[in-house]
Design a protein around this ligand. Structure first.
Ligand SMILES: Cc1cc2nc3c(=O)[nH]c(=O)nc-3n(C[C@H](O)[C@H](O)[C@H](O)COP(=O)(O)O)c2cc1C
Length: 115
């Protein structure tokens, strides 16, 4: 069975983006393994600590590495992605285990704004 992991760029309880990712699980149902990764406890990236053993970061990276597809849904914050998402992507892009190499990634954004 194909594995899809999803990442929301919003930590808000009633986040439209997280809701969108939750709704996708109804569509995928039993056809794929689907997991929304929890990035709420990813520390602020700092090169001083990037090589420290961090089981939480390693586990998130391994889930992405072992997936067939990654879906990111993020709000637009000031014409960019949210800070929490950027911070997580900075962690995921570093080290001996570069998880996005040859990875198919889809990016969505949900917003109540007409922009
Ligand atoms: C710091 C901040 C910056 C924002 N910047 C934008 C923006 O540039 N464009 C936009 O359409 N909405 C912007 N918004 C509104 C968000 O799209 C809106 O709050 C959205 O609901 C956030 O997504 P969420 O529901 O998944 O938390 C911003 C909101 C915040 C808190």
């Amino acid at each position: 069975m194909k594995k899809i992991v999803a990442v929301s760029g919003s930590l808000r309880t009633d986040s439209y983006n997280t809701n969108l990712l939750n709704k996708l699980s109804n569509i995928f149902k039993d056809e794929v393994e689907y997991e929304i990764l929890d990035i709420s406890s990813v520390p602020l990236f700092n090169e001083d600590i990037e090589n420290d053993k961090n089981k939480y970061i390693d586990s998130l990276k391994n889930k992405i590495k072992n997936s067939d597809f990654v879906i990111i849904s993020t709000p637009e914050y000031n014409y960019s992605v949210s800070g929490v998402l950027k911070n997580a992507l900075d962690w995921f892009s570093r080290g001996e285990n570069p998880v996005f190499e040859n990875k198919d990634v889809g990016i969505l954004s949900a917003s109540p704004s007409k922009f």
